[in-house]
Write a protein that binds this ligand. Sequence first.
Ligand SMILES: [Cu+2]
Length: 121
Amino acid sequence: MRYRISGLCALVVALVFVACVPTAASAATLYGTVGPGYTISLTTTSGVAVRSIAAGRQFDIVVRDRSSHHNFRLAGPGLTRQTSVAFVGTTRPWRVTFTRGTWTYLCQPHSLTMKATIVVR
Ligand SMILES: [Cu+2]
């Protein structure tokens, strides 16, 4: 009897674990793209520019940095991620949880013009 109860507990624990894993691994992807010209964007997989995000949502951000004259920097409350100016290529996904506040993404050498904000609420 004791054995059967602990077996049931193990099964319950296993089911809870399996139920939680897909959620953690299924953040949607957003694309940050900078260059080769003087352009910077953050878009959904369908190419729609991201202007606002619901607080607490999590995304995997893949940055496509297409120029050694630009970089892509994402900053919000408590978090900054960026490519180097020299880097050209596609980053591994940055798993980001968007906390409430104003987020910005920009190219540091040209931040006066290559800059945008995202409202997270
Ligand atoms: Cu730039």
